[in-house]
Design a protein around this ligand. Structure first.
Ligand code: SF4
Length: 643
């Protein structure tokens, strides 16, 4: 199967290239790439595949840092705000990718660009200023060393403009901390794969964007009818009202099923967090929900899921910031056994301020806490910090030490694999890592979730197919059995969710207003109508799910096969979760059964059209997903099944 489409609307039309070594700036048309992929992450993946030579390291000037704005961003489509940030994955040399919302992407589209590709390295710190066709590299020496909040404040003050959008790194990215993020609009993080570290290595402190152009729609009348229909669908959904009025209510219910299935505690020693701690953290009277001062939304989002919090008491009084998600609870609370609401909120604000990936930070620090508990490291190694469970002062101190590479923070800043080599004593066993990237995800109880996280091409994160059994997740009617704790039917659900994520990332639609929240929000049929009317094409659902989505996944798979030695063994959950059982709670005694996991992994490979035993793609599979160009290079490396 090969699609031959010519997109006639929704695109800005150009790819902006910036070479930091040569100080050269140029553009090329984006049409051809977008016709092949539908845009966003797909286009980033194709650009990386075609332009990065095998053997390139993340720190080589030839590595690309690619910003791909989704093809519907800049239109009125609900939740169309997302940007994919792709680069060589710092943890394994494969495909790295992170995704971020806010208004930065729409601004880049209005400036005239679908993608921004950074190549080379600057000798001195610079920031990139984009205002429509004016694109300049400017000195950023005076910003180097500043945290994200201060950087944004200074840029807005010096540029004298409120209508700019900023993507910046903090001290973590400057200091080449592997778990560094790129922060947009002070709180939205493109985190994962070390994208902030790559930006820091290129000495690019920030990207400031302002755009005044417009986006043409192929069939405006039809498109707006569908926009109105989908807005109403989102707005009338009870979940939308819940998110807007009380964004943390779901977690405030201490009997919410996610507390029992998804919360890894004390660095993976258990998957049960005590009820008193849950209630203390999320109590509506004096827990995190009591700090909500408002709810914010990304560009043109009908939902809005971003609580704005202010700490009103205790030692962090007066600190405020946006965003507190399930990851905050999973990582900064349960993993560290910290139930003090103020400390957990403070830790989240701090990671944004310093430009750290919150998941990475929680994973490496909880690992250090367990090593301390086991006597493998001591106060001599931690500059006097006592790393006992629930010690929020030590947690916050370690966050700063990592960002500034001080003391033990310098070791933790290099990720767990390198740190474990330095420490020895089988310390890697206690880590939660997938393909080298530290993770905070559950691997024992929710089987489909574990499968999605373990097989994610960008390593260890849940938004590449994770499903749960609750009514919030997955397609309706659901394929197979969606009891999250069962093995049956999980591969089918994971592949469906991963395919919809491929589409959402190409279009720039937030998963939260789309299929991640269940079919009560945008469904694949809605995405199809937006694409056909907005882009002036004539596709069907099968084209989206069986061609573009499969192609998107294969693009990343092929990049990994060409650039790394990752194989089937790297699609398994961390060993610990297949050996040690849940110790307490309703799932006491549960672990991931290796044999049964291998069976669902085989089902998963089959559903993607890959070889059941090795997970390698087949020649016919790649050709039918429009990727004939990668067949020869894969054959040369012995990474293709020739059937
Ligand atoms: S649902 Fe939340 S993250 Fe998604 S676009 Fe809306 S506000 Fe942003």
């Amino acid at each position: 199967m090969n699609k031959n489409i010519h997109i006639q609307g929704c695109l800005a039309g150009k790819i902006l290239w910036v070479d930091l070594s040569k100080k050269r700036i140029w553009t090329e048309p984006s049409q051809e790439y977008n016709n092949l992929t539908l845009g966003g992450r797909g286009t980033n993946s194709l650009i990386m595949l075609r332009n990065i030579k095998i053997g390139t390291k993340w720190s080589d000037p030839e590595n690309l840092l690619c910003f791909g704005v989704g093809s519907l961003v800049g239109t009125m489509a609900p939740g169309a705000c997302r940007v994919d940030v792709s680069t060589i994955n710092i943890f394994n040399r494969g495909k790295g990718s992170a995704n971020v919302g806010g208004s930065w992407g729409a601004e880049l589209k209005y400036a005239g660009y679908d993608n921004l590709i950074i190549v080379g390295k600057s000798k001195k710190p610079v920031y990139l200023y984009i205002s429509d066709s004016l694109v300049e590299l400017r000195d950023a020496q005076y910003l180097w060393g500043k945290d994200v909040f201060t950087t944004e404040f200074i840029l807005r003050k010096t540029l004298g403009k409120e209508d700019i959008e900023i993507a910046a790194i903090g001290p973590a990215g400057e200091n080449l901390v592997r778990g560094s993020a790129i922060i947009v609009d002070t709180a939205k993080a493109a985190a994962g794969s070390g994208v902030g570290c790559v930006m820091g290595d290129k000495k690019l402190k920030a990207i400031v964007v302002r755009g005044r152009g417009k986006i043409e729609i192929a069939d405006p009348g039809r498109f707006m009818t569908i926009v109105e229909k989908t807005y109403q669908k989102c707005k009338q959904n009870p979940a939308t009202r819940l998110m807007r009025q009380a964004p943390l209510n779901l977690y405030a219910d201490s009997e919410w099923e996610g507390w029992y299935t998804n919360m890894v505690t004390r660095n993976g020693q258990d998957d049960y967090w005590e009820s008193t701690k849950r209630q203390r953290l999320m109590n509506s009277q004096n827990g995190v929900p009591s700090m909500i001062k408002g709810v914010r939304a990304c560009y043109l989002c009908p939902t809005g899921c971003l609580p704005f919090l202010e700490i009103e008491r205790g030692k962090y009084q007066g600190d405020k910031g946006e965003g507190f998600w399930i990851n905050t609870i999973m990582g900064h609370a349960c993993r560290l056994d910290i139930s003090e609401p103020e400390a957990v909120v403070e830790s989240w604000i701090l990671t944004n301020q310093l430009g750290l990936d919150g998941d990475y930070t929680a994973s490496v620090i909880s690992w250090a806490f367990e090593l301390y508990e086991k006597g493998i490291i001591s106060q001599k190694d931690t500059e006097g910090l006592v790393l006992n469970w629930g010690n929020s002062d030590s947690f916050l101190a370690l966050i700063k030490k990592i960002a500034y590479r001080e003391g033990i923070g310098d070791i933790l800043a290099d990720g767990i694999s390198l740190a474990a080599k330095r420490l020895g004593k089988n310390t890697e066993y206690y880590s939660s890592q997938i393909k080298g990237q530290p993770s905070i995800e559950p691997f024992r109880i929710p089987k489909g979730w574990a499968l999605a996280v373990s097989t994610s091409p960008v390593a260890g994160r849940h938004l590449r197919g994770a499903t749960m059994g609750s009514i919030r997740y997955g397609p309706k009617p659901r394929p197979g059995n969606f009891n999250s704790t069962d093995y049956v039917g999980q591969a089918q659900g994971v592949v469906w969710q991963a395919k919809t994520k491929e589409l959402e990332d190409n279009l720039g639609i937030c998963s939260y207003v789309s299929t991640w929240s269940g079919a009560n929000f945008l469904e694949v049929s809605d995405l199809l109508e937006l694409i056909n009317s907005g882009m002036g094409v004539n596709l069907c659902e099968e084209d989206l799910m069986e061609f573009y989505a499969v192609k998107g996944r294969n693009l990343e798979k092929v990049f990994n096969l060409l650039h790394t030695n990752l194989s089937r063994k790297d699609d398994l959950p961390p060993q610990r979760f297949m050996r040690e059982k849940v110790k307490k709670g309703p799932y006491k005694g549960v672990k991931m059964d290796k044999n049964r996991y291998n069976k669902i992994l085989e089902e998963f490979y089959t559903l993607w059209g890959w070889d059941t035993q090795t997970g390698l793609p087949t020649k016919t599979g790649l050709i039918s997903s429009g990727l004939a160009e990668v067949v020869e290079p894969l054959i040369q490396r012995g990474k293709l099944i020739e059937k």
